[in-house]
Design a protein around this ligand. Structure first.
Ligand SMILES: Cc1ncc(COP(=O)(O)O)c(C=O)c1O
Length: 395
C-alpha cells in the first residue's frame, strides 16, 4: 500500500524547523499550558501520566478509576506502578457517565482519570471535580488530545490535581509531553534524563522526510524538496548507527510505537532541550483557528451523509479539535477505501488494552469497533481537504 498523502499530522518542511532557534523558552508569551510555572516537560503523554502518578504519591495496590474508552497508554503507567485499575462507563457520545462514577467510587479510590477525547472538554468536569473532592479522590485530567482546547469556564487542564498533555500529537515535534501540577500540595522535581540528542535528531529528520514526501502540488518548492538530498544520507547513517545498537536500543525508542513492551525507564524521561527550544517556533497563533475551520468544513460536508456519523454534533467555542472522528459500521472497508485513496484513516483505538476488563462496557467496545479519525490538522491544505471531502461525498 502506498503512503497516505493526507497524513494525520502536520510537519511543515522548512529548514528553520530543523535548526531550532537557540532562544531560551519564552514562557510569559506562550499560551496555556506553556505559560504555567508548574509544567514539567516530559518525553510523551504516557511519561507524563507516569510522572503524575509519582507526583500524586500513588502506591502499589491503590485503587484508580479510569474511563472504559481508552487507548491503553494512559492506563499502563498506573499498572506499572502497581495500582489496581478499574473502569467506569463512557457513553456513546464520548461523555463520561457521572452516575456510574458515583456508584463505582469507594472510600479507597485514590485517583480518577478523565479524558477530553479529541480535544472536546468533558461537560461534567466541574461536577466530577466536586465529586472527587468530596470522596478524597485525586483527579487526573488527560489532555493528550486537548492542547489549545478549553471550555467556557476555562477549567480544562486546570480542574485536575494534575493534567497531562501530549504536545507531539498537535505540534510537529519528535517527542514531547507535559505534566501540569495544579494542586499546590503536590510537587515533583524536573526529570533529569532526556533522550539522546542523536535519537531526537534522527526522529526529527525522519519527520522532515515524511513531510517532504507527503505534500504534493506546488506548495513546496523544488528547493525545499531538494533538502531531502541533504537529509536522506544523514538519516541513513543514523539508522545504520541504530542497527549497530549504539548507544542503546532504548535510547532509540520511537514515541509513535504503539506497543506496550517499552522499558519503564523511558517513562521517567523529560523532553530533549532541542524540542523545548522548538516549541516557541511552532506555536503559531492560528493553530486552533485552522483546525476549527477544517472541522467546520468537514461537519458541513458530512451533515447529511447516509452512513457516516460524526462523533460530535457541534464544535464548542473554545475547542481545538485533534481529529474529525466519525463512526461507521463497515469500518474495515472504509479504512481500506480511504487508504487506497491515499487519505490517512486509522481505525481509532482498535486494539483492546489487555490488562483491564472490557466486557461490561458495551458502548466503549462499540466505539472501538466503529471509530475512524479523519485528519484536520493546521497544515492540511484546502486542496487536500477538498479532495477528502469529495471522496467522502462520493462513497
Ligand atoms: C488519551 C490519551 N492519553 C495519553 C496518551 C499517551 O500520549 P503519548 O502518545 O504522547 O505517549 C495517548 C496516546 O497514546 C492518548 O490517546
Amino acid at each position: 500500500m502506498s503512503r497516505p498523502r493526507i497524513e494525520p499530522v502536520r510537519f511543515v518542511p522548512a529548514l528553520p524547523w530543523l535548526c531550532a532557534p537557540r532562544a531560551a523558552l519564552d514562557a510569559p508569551r506562550m499560551p496555556f499550558p506553556f505559560s504555567e510555572a508548574r509544567l514539567r516537560y516530559t518525553f510523551s503523554g504516557t511519561a507524563a501520566v507516569y510522572q503524575g502518578v509519582q507526583a500524586l504519591g500513588l502506591q502499589p495496590g491503590d485503587e484508580v478509576l479510569c474511563p472504559a474508552y481508552h487507548c491503553g497508554h494512559e492506563i499502563e503507567p498506573f499498572i506499572r506502578k502497581g495500582c489496581q485499575v478499574s473502569l467506569y462507563r463512557v457513553q456513546s457520545n464520548l461523555e463520561i457517565d457521572l452516575d456510574d462514577i458515583r456508584q463505582r467510587l469507594t472510600p479507597g479510590t485514590k485517583a480518577l482519570l478523565v479524558t477530553h477525547y479529541f480535544g472536546f472538554a468533558q461537560p461534567a468536569l466541574e461536577e466530577l471535580k466536586a465529586l472527587c473532592q468530596s470522596n478524597g479522590t485525586l483527579l487526573v485530567e488527560d489532555c493528550a488530545h486537548a492542547l489549545f482546547s478549553d471550555n467556557a469556564a476555562h477549567t480544562l487542564g486546570r480542574a485536575g490535581d494534575i493534567a497531562i498533555f501530549s504536545f507531539r500529537k498537535t505540534l510537529p515535534l519528535p517527542h514531547g509531553g507535559g505534566l501540569l501540577i495544579n494542586n499546590p500540595e503536590l510537587s515533583l522535581d524536573e526529570p533529569t534524563q532526556t533522550p539522546s540528542g542523536l535519537s531526537t535528531a534522527v526522529k526529527a529528520i525522519d519527520l522532515y522526510k515524511k513531510a517532504l514526501l507527503q505534500y504534493g502540488g506546488s506548495r513546496y518548492s523544488l528547493l525545499k524538496r531538494g533538502g531531502l538530498l541533504i537529509w536522506l544520507p544523514l538519516l541513513k547513517l543514523a539508522e545504520i548507527a541504530w542497527r549497530m545498537d549504539f548507544p542503546s536500543r532504548m535510547q532509540w525508542y520511537d514515541p509513535d510505537d504503539e506497543g506496550l513492551d517499552f522499558d519503564s525507564e523511558i517513562l521517567s524521561w523529560g523532553m530533549a532541550p532541542y524540542c523545548q527550544r522548538l516549541l516557541p517556533a511552532l506555536m503559531s497563533p492560528d493553530i486552533r483557528a485552522r483546525r476549527r475551520h477544517h472541522w467546520q468544513q468537514l461537519a458541513m460536508a458530512l451533515a447529511d451523509h447516509p452512513t457516516i456519523r460524526p462523533a460530535f454534533s457541534s464544535l464548542p467555542a473554545e475547542t481545538c479539535p485533534l481529529f474529525f472522528p466519525i463512526q461507521v459500521d463497515a469500518r474495515e472497508q472504509w479504512v481500506k477505501n480511504l487508504q487506497a485513496a491515499q487519505i490517512y484513516a486509522a481505525p481509532w483505538w482498535e486494539a483492546h488494552y489487555p490488562k483491564v476488563d472490557w466486557k461490561p462496557f458495551t458502548e466503549a467496545t462499540a466505539l472501538k469497533a466503529r471509530m475512524i479519525a479523519l485528519p484536520l490538522h493546521q497544515d492540511l491544505t484546502e486542496t487536500a481537504l477538498s479532495r477528502m471531502i469529495n471522496f467522502l461525498h462520493s462513497h
